[in-house]
Design a protein around this ligand. Structure first.
Ligand SMILES: Cc1cc2nc3c(=O)[nH]c(=O)nc-3n(C[C@H](O)[C@H](O)[C@H](O)COP(=O)(O)OP(=O)(O)OC[C@H]3O[C@@H](n4cnc5c(N)ncnc54)[C@H](O)[C@@H]3O)c2cc1C
Length: 290
Protein backbone atom coordinates (compact mmCIF):
# COMPACT_ATOMS: atom_id res chain seq x y z
CA UNK A 1 0.00 0.00 0.00
CA UNK A 2 2.79 2.39 1.05
CA UNK A 3 4.73 1.51 -2.11
CA UNK A 4 1.68 2.11 -4.28
CA UNK A 5 1.16 5.50 -2.63
CA UNK A 6 4.83 6.44 -3.18
CA UNK A 7 4.67 5.39 -6.83
CA UNK A 8 1.49 7.42 -7.39
CA UNK A 9 3.05 10.46 -5.71
CA UNK A 10 6.17 10.02 -7.83
CA UNK A 11 4.14 9.85 -11.05
CA UNK A 12 2.15 12.93 -10.03
CA UNK A 13 5.34 14.89 -9.27
CA UNK A 14 6.94 13.80 -12.50
CA UNK A 15 3.90 14.87 -14.52
CA UNK A 16 3.53 18.26 -12.79
CA UNK A 17 7.22 19.16 -12.94
CA UNK A 18 8.21 17.41 -16.17
CA UNK A 19 6.14 19.83 -18.24
CA UNK A 20 7.44 22.92 -16.43
CA UNK A 21 10.97 22.86 -15.12
CA UNK A 22 12.16 19.51 -16.47
CA UNK A 23 12.09 18.54 -20.14
CA UNK A 24 11.18 14.89 -19.49
CA UNK A 25 13.03 11.62 -18.84
CA UNK A 26 14.90 11.26 -22.14
CA UNK A 27 17.60 12.98 -24.21
CA UNK A 28 15.03 13.37 -26.98
CA UNK A 29 12.82 15.38 -24.55
CA UNK A 30 15.68 17.76 -23.79
CA UNK A 31 16.55 18.17 -27.47
CA UNK A 32 12.89 18.84 -28.32
CA UNK A 33 12.65 21.62 -25.67
CA UNK A 34 16.04 23.04 -26.72
CA UNK A 35 14.89 23.10 -30.36
CA UNK A 36 11.73 25.01 -29.41
CA UNK A 37 13.87 27.61 -27.63
CA UNK A 38 16.34 27.69 -30.53
CA UNK A 39 13.43 28.37 -32.88
CA UNK A 40 12.71 31.45 -30.79
CA UNK A 41 16.27 32.71 -30.81
CA UNK A 42 17.19 31.32 -27.37
CA UNK A 43 20.12 28.96 -26.79
CA UNK A 44 20.05 26.04 -24.38
CA UNK A 45 22.17 24.56 -21.60
CA UNK A 46 21.24 20.91 -21.09
CA UNK A 47 21.78 19.11 -17.78
CA UNK A 48 21.17 15.44 -17.02
CA UNK A 49 19.56 15.33 -13.58
CA UNK A 50 21.41 13.48 -10.84
CA UNK A 51 23.70 14.35 -7.95
CA UNK A 52 25.55 12.87 -4.98
CA UNK A 53 26.22 9.63 -6.83
CA UNK A 54 28.28 7.14 -4.88
CA UNK A 55 28.11 4.02 -7.07
CA UNK A 56 30.55 3.65 -9.96
CA UNK A 57 27.86 1.95 -12.03
CA UNK A 58 25.56 5.02 -11.72
CA UNK A 59 28.44 7.35 -12.57
CA UNK A 60 29.39 5.27 -15.56
CA UNK A 61 25.74 5.32 -16.76
CA UNK A 62 25.73 9.11 -16.30
CA UNK A 63 28.93 9.41 -18.35
CA UNK A 64 27.33 7.34 -21.13
CA UNK A 65 24.24 9.55 -21.06
CA UNK A 66 26.38 12.68 -21.40
CA UNK A 67 28.31 11.10 -24.29
CA UNK A 68 25.03 10.32 -26.05
CA UNK A 69 23.77 13.82 -25.28
CA UNK A 70 26.87 15.37 -26.86
CA UNK A 71 26.30 13.18 -29.94
CA UNK A 72 22.61 14.13 -30.16
CA UNK A 73 23.21 17.86 -29.78
CA UNK A 74 25.84 17.75 -32.45
CA UNK A 75 23.83 15.50 -34.81
CA UNK A 76 20.74 17.72 -34.46
CA UNK A 77 22.78 20.93 -34.83
CA UNK A 78 21.07 22.31 -31.71
CA UNK A 79 22.46 25.48 -30.13
CA UNK A 80 23.07 23.89 -26.74
CA UNK A 81 25.77 23.85 -24.09
CA UNK A 82 25.91 21.04 -21.56
CA UNK A 83 26.22 21.40 -17.78
CA UNK A 84 27.39 18.71 -15.37
CA UNK A 85 27.44 18.40 -11.58
CA UNK A 86 30.77 17.31 -10.05
CA UNK A 87 29.03 14.76 -7.79
CA UNK A 88 27.38 13.06 -10.74
CA UNK A 89 30.72 12.38 -12.40
CA UNK A 90 32.54 10.99 -9.38
CA UNK A 91 33.52 13.71 -6.89
CA UNK A 92 31.81 11.69 -4.13
CA UNK A 93 34.23 8.83 -4.82
CA UNK A 94 37.52 10.68 -5.33
CA UNK A 95 38.90 13.82 -6.90
CA UNK A 96 41.13 11.95 -9.42
CA UNK A 97 38.16 9.87 -10.59
CA UNK A 98 35.99 12.97 -11.08
CA UNK A 99 38.84 14.73 -12.88
CA UNK A 100 39.35 11.83 -15.28
CA UNK A 101 35.62 11.82 -16.10
CA UNK A 102 35.41 15.62 -16.37
CA UNK A 103 38.38 15.83 -18.76
CA UNK A 104 36.85 13.06 -20.85
CA UNK A 105 33.63 15.08 -21.21
CA UNK A 106 35.47 18.35 -21.92
CA UNK A 107 37.39 16.58 -24.69
CA UNK A 108 34.27 14.90 -26.13
CA UNK A 109 32.40 18.23 -26.09
CA UNK A 110 35.32 20.02 -27.70
CA UNK A 111 35.52 17.47 -30.49
CA UNK A 112 31.94 18.46 -31.42
CA UNK A 113 32.45 22.18 -30.87
CA UNK A 114 30.30 22.25 -27.70
CA UNK A 115 30.70 24.32 -24.55
CA UNK A 116 30.58 22.51 -21.18
CA UNK A 117 29.75 24.04 -17.78
CA UNK A 118 30.47 22.78 -14.29
CA UNK A 119 27.48 23.36 -12.00
CA UNK A 120 28.31 24.48 -8.47
CA UNK A 121 26.89 22.40 -5.62
CA UNK A 122 27.16 22.73 -1.80
CA UNK A 123 29.89 24.89 -0.26
CA UNK A 124 32.04 21.94 0.88
CA UNK A 125 32.59 21.10 -2.81
CA UNK A 126 33.64 24.53 -4.05
CA UNK A 127 37.42 24.00 -3.67
CA UNK A 128 37.36 20.72 -5.59
CA UNK A 129 34.97 22.08 -8.22
CA UNK A 130 37.24 25.06 -8.91
CA UNK A 131 40.25 22.70 -8.97
CA UNK A 132 38.42 20.53 -11.50
CA UNK A 133 37.62 23.58 -13.60
CA UNK A 134 41.20 24.87 -13.52
CA UNK A 135 42.35 21.52 -14.92
CA UNK A 136 40.41 22.33 -18.11
CA UNK A 137 39.96 26.09 -18.16
CA UNK A 138 42.50 26.49 -20.96
CA UNK A 139 40.51 24.14 -23.21
CA UNK A 140 38.50 27.09 -24.52
CA UNK A 141 35.15 25.31 -24.22
CA UNK A 142 34.63 25.17 -20.44
CA UNK A 143 32.97 27.39 -17.85
CA UNK A 144 32.12 27.24 -14.15
CA UNK A 145 29.22 28.40 -12.01
CA UNK A 146 29.94 30.72 -9.06
CA UNK A 147 27.35 31.58 -6.38
CA UNK A 148 26.89 35.11 -5.02
CA UNK A 149 25.54 33.85 -1.67
CA UNK A 150 29.00 32.57 -0.72
CA UNK A 151 31.22 35.02 1.18
CA UNK A 152 34.32 33.57 -0.55
CA UNK A 153 33.07 34.17 -4.10
CA UNK A 154 34.68 37.59 -4.58
CA UNK A 155 38.10 35.96 -4.29
CA UNK A 156 37.08 33.10 -6.57
CA UNK A 157 35.67 35.42 -9.23
CA UNK A 158 38.80 37.62 -9.13
CA UNK A 159 41.12 34.65 -9.51
CA UNK A 160 39.17 32.82 -12.20
CA UNK A 161 38.68 36.03 -14.21
CA UNK A 162 42.39 36.83 -13.93
CA UNK A 163 43.18 33.38 -15.36
CA UNK A 164 40.79 33.96 -18.29
CA UNK A 165 38.12 31.54 -17.05
CA UNK A 166 34.45 31.78 -17.99
CA UNK A 167 32.02 32.30 -15.10
CA UNK A 168 28.27 31.72 -14.91
CA UNK A 169 27.15 33.91 -12.03
CA UNK A 170 24.14 32.74 -9.97
CA UNK A 171 22.74 33.59 -6.54
CA UNK A 172 23.02 30.00 -5.23
CA UNK A 173 20.46 27.27 -4.65
CA UNK A 174 21.52 25.26 -1.58
CA UNK A 175 20.96 25.79 2.14
CA UNK A 176 24.25 26.99 3.62
CA UNK A 177 25.39 27.99 7.13
CA UNK A 178 25.89 31.69 7.90
CA UNK A 179 29.65 31.27 8.38
CA UNK A 180 30.03 30.65 4.67
CA UNK A 181 27.01 32.32 3.08
CA UNK A 182 25.09 35.60 3.28
CA UNK A 183 21.84 34.96 5.06
CA UNK A 184 19.45 37.50 3.57
CA UNK A 185 18.18 37.85 0.03
CA UNK A 186 19.24 41.50 0.12
CA UNK A 187 22.89 40.66 0.93
CA UNK A 188 22.96 37.90 -1.69
CA UNK A 189 21.63 40.33 -4.31
CA UNK A 190 24.07 43.09 -3.25
CA UNK A 191 26.93 40.65 -3.59
CA UNK A 192 25.61 39.61 -7.01
CA UNK A 193 25.90 43.26 -8.14
CA UNK A 194 29.43 43.44 -6.69
CA UNK A 195 30.57 40.28 -8.47
CA UNK A 196 28.89 41.35 -11.69
CA UNK A 197 30.87 44.62 -11.61
CA UNK A 198 34.04 42.58 -11.11
CA UNK A 199 33.17 40.47 -14.14
CA UNK A 200 32.52 43.50 -16.34
CA UNK A 201 35.85 45.02 -15.31
CA UNK A 202 38.02 41.90 -15.44
CA UNK A 203 36.45 39.33 -17.72
CA UNK A 204 35.65 39.31 -21.42
CA UNK A 205 33.19 36.45 -21.49
CA UNK A 206 30.66 35.45 -18.80
CA UNK A 207 27.06 34.52 -18.13
CA UNK A 208 24.55 36.41 -15.97
CA UNK A 209 22.21 33.65 -14.79
CA UNK A 210 19.21 34.98 -12.88
CA UNK A 211 15.48 35.71 -13.13
CA UNK A 212 15.95 38.94 -11.17
CA UNK A 213 14.85 41.49 -13.77
CA UNK A 214 16.53 44.41 -11.94
CA UNK A 215 19.89 42.63 -12.20
CA UNK A 216 19.25 41.76 -15.85
CA UNK A 217 18.46 45.42 -16.68
CA UNK A 218 21.63 46.55 -14.92
CA UNK A 219 23.71 43.93 -16.76
CA UNK A 220 22.32 45.07 -20.10
CA UNK A 221 23.10 48.70 -19.23
CA UNK A 222 26.65 47.84 -18.12
CA UNK A 223 27.24 45.88 -21.29
CA UNK A 224 26.43 48.95 -23.39
CA UNK A 225 29.51 50.50 -21.79
CA UNK A 226 31.84 47.49 -21.52
CA UNK A 227 30.77 45.53 -24.65
CA UNK A 228 31.63 42.11 -23.23
CA UNK A 229 30.72 38.69 -24.57
CA UNK A 230 27.85 38.44 -22.09
CA UNK A 231 25.05 35.89 -22.15
CA UNK A 232 21.91 36.03 -20.01
CA UNK A 233 20.52 32.75 -18.70
CA UNK A 234 17.40 31.49 -16.96
CA UNK A 235 16.05 28.15 -15.80
CA UNK A 236 13.44 26.44 -17.96
CA UNK A 237 9.87 27.03 -16.82
CA UNK A 238 10.35 30.18 -14.75
CA UNK A 239 10.43 33.14 -17.12
CA UNK A 240 10.42 31.48 -20.56
CA UNK A 241 8.50 34.29 -22.21
CA UNK A 242 10.91 36.90 -20.78
CA UNK A 243 13.82 34.84 -22.15
CA UNK A 244 12.27 34.95 -25.62
CA UNK A 245 11.54 38.70 -25.34
CA UNK A 246 15.12 39.42 -24.31
CA UNK A 247 16.38 37.40 -27.27
CA UNK A 248 14.04 39.32 -29.60
CA UNK A 249 15.50 42.56 -28.26
CA UNK A 250 18.85 41.30 -29.52
CA UNK A 251 20.41 39.93 -26.32
CA UNK A 252 22.16 36.61 -26.19
CA UNK A 253 20.05 34.35 -23.95
CA UNK A 254 20.17 30.71 -22.88
CA UNK A 255 17.77 28.56 -20.90
CA UNK A 256 19.00 25.78 -18.63
CA UNK A 257 17.03 22.61 -19.42
CA UNK A 258 17.31 19.64 -17.06
CA UNK A 259 16.11 16.21 -18.10
CA UNK A 260 16.17 12.68 -16.70
CA UNK A 261 14.19 10.62 -14.26
CA UNK A 262 15.76 12.05 -11.06
CA UNK A 263 13.46 15.07 -10.83
CA UNK A 264 12.98 15.24 -7.05
CA UNK A 265 15.96 17.20 -5.63
CA UNK A 266 16.02 19.73 -8.46
CA UNK A 267 12.29 20.36 -8.11
CA UNK A 268 12.57 20.76 -4.34
CA UNK A 269 15.14 23.55 -4.83
CA UNK A 270 12.86 25.33 -7.34
CA UNK A 271 9.84 25.03 -5.02
CA UNK A 272 11.86 26.45 -2.11
CA UNK A 273 12.95 29.42 -4.23
CA UNK A 274 9.44 30.13 -5.42
CA UNK A 275 8.93 30.69 -1.69
CA UNK A 276 5.30 31.57 -1.52
CA UNK A 277 2.10 30.21 -2.95
CA UNK A 278 1.55 32.76 -5.71
CA UNK A 279 5.03 32.24 -7.17
CA UNK A 280 4.68 28.47 -6.89
CA UNK A 281 1.37 28.69 -8.72
CA UNK A 282 2.87 30.99 -11.34
CA UNK A 283 5.84 28.73 -11.81
CA UNK A 284 3.75 25.57 -12.09
CA UNK A 285 0.56 26.65 -13.77
CA UNK A 286 1.17 29.87 -15.69
CA UNK A 287 1.63 29.71 -19.45
CA UNK A 288 5.32 29.00 -19.91
CA UNK A 289 5.25 27.19 -23.21
CA UNK A 290 6.98 28.91 -26.05
C1 LIG B 1 21.18 29.18 -15.95
C2 LIG B 1 21.20 28.92 -14.49
C3 LIG B 1 22.09 28.00 -13.97
C4 LIG B 1 22.14 27.76 -12.59
N1 LIG B 1 23.09 26.93 -12.06
C5 LIG B 1 23.23 26.83 -10.72
C6 LIG B 1 24.29 26.08 -10.13
O1 LIG B 1 25.12 25.47 -10.83
N2 LIG B 1 24.40 26.08 -8.78
C7 LIG B 1 23.51 26.75 -7.97
O2 LIG B 1 23.67 26.74 -6.75
N3 LIG B 1 22.47 27.42 -8.50
C8 LIG B 1 22.31 27.47 -9.84
N4 LIG B 1 21.25 28.18 -10.37
C9 LIG B 1 20.14 28.60 -9.49
C10 LIG B 1 20.41 29.92 -8.84
O3 LIG B 1 21.45 29.80 -7.89
C11 LIG B 1 19.17 30.42 -8.10
O4 LIG B 1 18.86 29.49 -7.12
C12 LIG B 1 17.95 30.64 -8.99
O5 LIG B 1 18.33 31.17 -10.22
C13 LIG B 1 16.98 31.65 -8.33
O6 LIG B 1 17.65 32.86 -8.09
P1 LIG B 1 17.43 34.20 -8.96
O7 LIG B 1 18.77 34.71 -9.35
O8 LIG B 1 16.51 33.97 -10.06
O9 LIG B 1 16.89 35.25 -7.92
P2 LIG B 1 15.65 35.21 -6.95
O10 LIG B 1 15.79 36.44 -6.12
O11 LIG B 1 15.53 33.89 -6.26
O12 LIG B 1 14.43 35.34 -7.93
C14 LIG B 1 14.20 36.52 -8.68
C15 LIG B 1 12.77 36.45 -9.18
O13 LIG B 1 12.64 35.36 -10.10
C16 LIG B 1 11.42 34.70 -9.93
N5 LIG B 1 11.68 33.30 -9.49
C17 LIG B 1 12.85 32.78 -9.07
N6 LIG B 1 12.72 31.46 -8.81
C18 LIG B 1 11.42 31.16 -9.07
C19 LIG B 1 10.65 29.96 -9.03
N7 LIG B 1 11.19 28.79 -8.68
N8 LIG B 1 9.35 30.02 -9.38
C20 LIG B 1 8.78 31.19 -9.77
N9 LIG B 1 9.46 32.36 -9.85
C21 LIG B 1 10.75 32.35 -9.50
C22 LIG B 1 10.66 35.48 -8.91
O14 LIG B 1 9.91 36.47 -9.57
C23 LIG B 1 11.74 36.13 -8.10
O15 LIG B 1 11.32 37.27 -7.42
C24 LIG B 1 21.21 28.44 -11.73
C25 LIG B 1 20.33 29.37 -12.26
C26 LIG B 1 20.31 29.63 -13.61
C27 LIG B 1 19.36 30.65 -14.13
Amino acid sequence: MQEKKAALLSRFGERVFAGRWIAGPYISDAIAVASRFNGNGVGAIINYLGEALSERKDISDTMSTYSSLIGSISAGHADAHISVKPTQIGLGISYPYAKKNYLKLVKAAKSKGLFIWLDMEESDKVDDTIRLYRSASKSGNAGICIQSYLRRSERDVARIALEGGVIRLVKGAYTEPEEVAYATRKEVTQNYYRLMQLLFKNSHKFMIATHDMAIIKKAIALNRKYKREMELAMLNGIRNLDAVSLAREGHSVRVYIPFGPSWFKYSTRRLREAGHASLIARSLFSRQRI
